[in-house]
Design a protein around this ligand. Structure first.
Ligand code: ACO
Length: 377
C-alpha cells in the first residue's frame, strides 16, 4: 500500500543528504567557505591549484606542495589519441557540454586505474580527470576553429595554461589573474545539483568517471551551470542600457525567469558574484565592451527592485568570460572544468564513508487495476 504520510520535499529544499568537510554555503550571511577558509579571503590571493590542494588534502599547500600539485596537473593534460579523434568526429554544432560529457565518459575506458576505487587510485584519477577536462575543452575549440592544438607550458600554472591552450596566446597578467580567480570561485559549492548527482552515482560504487559524467550532465542545464551562456545571449539581445526596462518587465510579465538570478541557498548576495562583478567591470572596460557591464549593472538594479532577487555566480561570469575572449559556447564548460576539482573531492569523500544513496518516493498512482491480455486492450 502507498505510504502517503511522507510527503516529498519539493526539490529536496533544506534536506541534508551528506556530511562534508569540503565547503559550506551560509545563505543567510552570503558566505562561502572552502575547508573553513572564507572565499572573500581567498579570491584574488590564491591560485586555482592552491584551492584544489585545500579541497583534496584539507589545507592550503606550502610552496613545495603547490609546485607538486601544479606540475602534476600540467603533466596529466595529455589526451589519448582516440579521445581526440572523438572530438574531431563530434558534429560541429554539438553543445560543448555534450561533447565534454561524452569525451570524459570515454576517458574511463582508457584510464589505467579504471576499475579501481582505492584512495590512491582515486587521487590519481582525480588529477588526470581535472587535467584532462581542461584539455578536452580547449582542444575542442581549437579543432572547431581549425587552429593547431596547443601543448601545455610545463612552467606555467593551470589557469594560464588552460587559457593559453584555449585561445592560443599567453594571457596578460590581469587576464590570468581574473581567469584564475574565476576558477577559484567556481571550484566547489556544497551539495549543488551536479555534486549530488556525482555522489549518488558513486554511492553505488560506480567509479569516478561515471560520477563526473553524471555531474557534467547535471551542470549542463540552464537552471544550473547552463545559465551563464544564456546570460550573455540576453545581454547581446538587449544591446544597450536604454532597453533594459522593457526587456526585464516583459520577461517578468510573461512569468519568465531572468537568467543568472536567484539561488536555492543564498538569501542575500552570492559572494562569488561580488568578486566577479569587480572583474567584469575592469575587463569589459579593457576589452572595449563596457556597455555589457553597464547593461548587467542596470539589470541587477532593476531585478532587485522588481523581484528582490540578486545575481548568482553565473551572471557576472558571463561578461568576465566574454571580455577574456572566450566564445560563449564554452562558458558552461569552463565552469565544469573548475567544478571538477570539487566533484572529485566529493567523490573521494563519499568513498571514504559510503552508503548507497537511495531515497524513497511517495507513490501517487492507483492500485488493483485489472490486467488485460495485449489482444484485449
Ligand atoms: N527570475 C525571476 N524570478 C525568479 C528567478 C529569476 N531568475 N529565480 C527565482 N525567481 C522567483 C520564482 O519565480 C519564484 O517566485 P514565486 O514564489 O513568486 O513563484 C521564487 O523566486 C522562487 O523561485 P524558485 O524557482 O522556486 O527557486 P528555486 O530555489 O527552486 O530555484 C534557481 C533556484 C533554479 C537558481 C532559480 O532561481 C532560477 O531558475 N534562476 C535562473 C537560472 C539560473 O540563474 N541558474 C543558475 C543558478 S546558480 C548555479 O547553479 C551555479
Amino acid at each position: 500500500m502507498s505510504d502517503n504520510k511522507n510527503q516529498p520535499v519539493r526539490g529536496l529544499e533544506g534536506v541534508v543528504a551528506a556530511d562534508t568537510l569540503l565547503s559550506y554555503v551560509d545563505g543567510e550571511r552570503g558566505k562561502l567557505y572552502y575547508r573553513g577558509y572564507d572565499i572573500d579571503e581567498l579570491a584574488g590571493k590564491v591560485s586555482f591549484e592552491e584551492v584544489v590542494h585545500a579541497l583534496w588534502f584539507g589545507d592550503l599547500p606550502n610552496p613545495s606542495q603547490l609546485e607538486e600539485m601544479r606540475s602534476s596537473l600540467i603533466a596529466e593534460m595529455r589526451l589519448p589519441g582516440q579521445v581526440l579523434d572523438l572530438l574531431r568526429l563530434a558534429p560541429p554544432n554539438a553543445n560543448p557540454m555534450v561533447v565534454l560529457r561524452t569525451a570524459l565518459s570515454s576517458l574511463g575506458m582508457f584510464d589505467p586505474d579504471g576499475g579501481i576505487n582505492t584512495e590512491e587510485a582515486n587521487l590519481r584519477k582525480a588529477r588526470r580527470i581535472l587535467a584532462q577536462v581542461a584539455t578536452i575543452v580547449s582542444s575542442l575549440h581549437r579543432l572547431r576553429v581549425g587552429k593547431p592544438l596547443v601543448s601545455a607550458d610545463a612552467k606555467a600554472g593551470f589557469a594560464a595554461n588552460f587559457l593559453y591552450m584555449l585561445c592560443g596566446r599567453i594571457p596578460e597578467e590581469t587576464e590570468r589573474n581574473a581567469f584564475d580567480t574565476l576558477l577559484v570561485l567556481h571550484a566547489d559549492h556544497s551539495l549543488a545539483a551536479s555534486t549530488f548527482a556525482a555522489r549518488v552515482t558513486v554511492s553505488t560504487l560506480a567509479g569516478m568517471h561515471s560520477a563526473i559524467t553524471a555531474a557534467l550532465a547535471s551542470l549542463k542545464g540552464p537552471l544550473h551551470g547552463g545559465a551563464n551562456r544564456e546570460v550573455i545571449e540576453m545581454l547581446h539581445g538587449i544591446g544597450k542600457t536604454g532597453r533594459v526596462n522593457a526587456y526585464i518587465d516583459g520577461m517578468l510579465a510573461n512569468g519568465k525567469k531572468i537568467m543568472g538570478f536567484g539561488h536555492r541557498v543564498y538569501k542575500t548576495e552570492d559572494p562569488r558574484s561580488r568578486h566577479l562583478r569587480r572583474f567584469s567591470e575592469e575587463l569589459c572596460r579593457k576589452a572595449g565592451v563596457s556597455h555589457l557591464f553597464d547593461i548587467s549593472h542596470e539589470i541587477e538594479s532593476l531585478v532587485m527592485i522588481r523581484k528582490g532577487i540578486r545575481p548568482n555566480v553565473d551572471f557576472y561570469s558571463a561578461t568576465v568570460q566574454e571580455a577574456l575572449g572566450i566564445p560563449k559556447e564554452y562558458f558552461t564548460s569552463i565552469f565544469a572544468v573548475s567544478r571538477t576539482a570539487g566533484w572529485v573531492a566529493h567523490v573521494m569523500e563519499q568513498f571514504r564513508d559510503n552508503r548507497l544513496i537511495r531515497p524513497s518516493s511517495n507513490y501517487t498512482g492507483g492500485f488493483d487495476r485489472k490486467f488485460r491480455d495485449i489482444h484485449d486492450r
